[in-house]
Design a protein around this ligand. Structure first.
Ligand code: NAD
Length: 499
């Protein structure tokens, strides 16, 4: 029996009426396990109307009370961590511990948003002019939307909804149609935590739903995460329609390995960062850049050893290092790139294409793949593969390694491994990438800092979570006030100054 999923609108599960559905797979078995409704324009408009009606009362609630609802939500999600992780893993294919990490990183942004009474405080200047005070306040935008990718179905919706809701906005989430069940459950938990009906809504859909969001004037801001071409399309369309937009795209994250690094430690870290979650992370390391031939030879040897020992299995197998890709299209894409890498002259050190997992022969598995002697012009270097493939690009010296990261069109994350503080400082200062790790392979910033890539990894000028998210989800109003005592003076026809 294939389950039929719903939308979540106005505090209720609402079946789809468009007659269009998408398939949600069990990637471990390669079978359809559910059907997700794909909303029509009129259904999305109904969601927006609901959100718009609910928003003013939510914004009028004092921030401390809004924060208490988020606190209760934290408790409810933590109580349900095991079943949520199992659900997430069953649709996405990441292992159970990794699914818990996905939920946990989302909760950390809710914890940040609980500080909203403090975060929303404005500025105040007494006697900015004679008898004149000036203050600013932050007010919610109204109804805002999030359009999110398949690869973090809990974390990314919560990164967006947490700050947006805390600021007093109503939220319309259009999650990935590949793994929508966790976002739908989170909507129920928000309601149970005390969030008023209609303040957080989930509308499932594809391009039709997204385009409705982008063109509806009641949506004031759009937060997107996904692939770069769609990020750019959404940024351009949303802003052309007068909305705020922050859109985060694809990545090709480099790890520079200096000759003085502890190569056993580096190899361990690169294995986790390259192959964890089958490489389906926007912060995965997909390019290792050892500096110097000797470093490269030693590193490739250590990586090869470890890649052979990796255990790929069903996502609920406690012994699996990583599970299947989310879909067959992903498997085909990865295999296509591996073939291109061979054709373009890279050295295929470990080929993961032949892997099958016992008892899950139809699952979407790809074994860990390692390339050496990859060069700048090859498609396996220029393109985001989004699979378990690590490419080694050998650099002669530090400057060449730095230039590789700087010249790449993506600029999401980057790491350097070294024992030399001077090299690390120089790298952090000069690298043209948004998030930098120093002996840290996946430098996803903590919730109270901000997350965002540079170059074609990010469109828009404010990052996700941290202080930027409060700016993104509020508009600033600045008040200049003078009380009657100051009105005794006669009218002035000269532009006011603060003399
Ligand atoms: P995707 O771009 O295919 O889909 C993302 C969202 O856009 C989904 O909700 C989808 O329904 C919608 N969408 C897809 N095609 C559309 C179209 N033509 N018009 C309108 N909407 C459309 O991305 P994905 O495959 O779900 O996620 C993987 C990608 O996301 C990778 O490129 C990865 O690097 C990126 N990603 C980036 C970050 C980051 O922070 N930079 C984080 C996670 C994932």
């Amino acid at each position: 029996m294939v389950r039929e999923l719903t939308h979540f609108i106005g505090g209720q599960q609402v079946p789809g009426t468009s007659g269009r559905f998408g398939d949600v797979y069990d990637p471990n078995l390669g079978q359809v396990q559910a059907r997700v409704p794909l909303a029509s324009t009129s259904e999305v408009e109904q969601v927006i109307a609901n959100a718009e009606a609910a928003q003013p009362a939510w914004a009028a609630m004092n921030p401390q009370r809004r924060a208490r609802i988020l606190m209760k939500f934290l408790t409810l999600v933590n109580d349900e961590m095991d079943s949520l992780a199992a659900l997430l893993s069953s649709e996405h294919g990441k292992t159970i511990p990794d699914a818990k990490g996905d939920i946990q990183r989302g909760l950390e942004v809710i914890e940040f948003a609980v500080g909203i009474p403090h975060l929303l405080k404005g500025e105040y200047t007494e006697s900015a002019g004679t008898g004149i005070d000036v203050y600013s306040m932050r007010q919610p935008l109204g109804v805002v939307a999030g359009i999110t990718p398949f690869n973090f179905p809990a974390m990314i919706p919560l990164w967006k909804a947490g700050p947006a809701l805390a600021c007093g906005n109503a939220f319309v989430l259009k999650p990935s149609e590949r793994d929508p069940s966790v976002p739908l459950r989170l909507a129920e938990l928000f309601l149970e935590a005390g969030l008023p009906e209609g303040v957080f809504n989930v509308v499932n859909g594809d391009k039709e739903a997204v385009d409705t969001i982008l063109h509806d004037p009641r949506i004031k801001a759009v937060g997107f995460v996904g692939s770069t071409p769609i990020a750019q399309y959404i940024y351009e369309t949303a802003t052309a329609n007068g909305k705020r937009a922050q859109c985060f795209g694809g990545a090709k994250n480099h790890a520079i390995v200096m000759p003085d690094a502890d190569l056993d430690d580096v190899a361990d870290q690169l294995i986790g960062a390259g192959y964890g979650s089958a490489g389906e992370r926007c912060m995965a390391i997909s390019v290792a850049v050892p500096v110097g031939e000797d470093t490269a030879n030693r590193l490739v040897e250590k990586l090869t050893d470890r890649v052979h020992k990796l255990n790929v299995g069903k996502s609920d197998d406690p012994g699996a290092d990583y599970g299947p890709l989310v879909g067959l299209d992903g498997v085909d894409r990865v295999k296509k790139y591996v073939q291109q890498g061979i054709d373009e002259g890279a050295e295929l050190v470990v080929d993961g294409r032949g892997l099958t997992v016992e008892g899950a022969e139809n699952g979407y598995f790809v074994g860990a793949t390692l390339f050496d002697r990859v060069t700048k012009n090859m498609s396996i270097y220029t393109d985001e593969i989004f699979g378990p493939v690590l490419s080694v690009v050998r650099a002669e010296d530090y400057e060449e390694a730095l230039a590789l990261a700087n010249d790449h069109e993506y600029g999401n994350g980057v790491a350097i491994f070294t024992r030399d503080g001077d090299a690390a400082r120089n790298f952090a200062a000069r690298v043209q990438v948004g998030m930098v790790g120093i002996n840290v392979p996946i430098p996803v910033p903590i919730a109270y800092y901000t997350f965002g890539g540079w170059k074609r990894s990010g469109f828009g000028d404010l990052n996700q979570h941290g202080p930027d998210s409060i700016r993104f989800y509020t508009k600033t109003k600045t008040v200049t006030q003078r009380w009657p005592a100051g009105l005794k003076e006669s009218n002035s026809f000269v532009i006011p100054t603060m003399e």
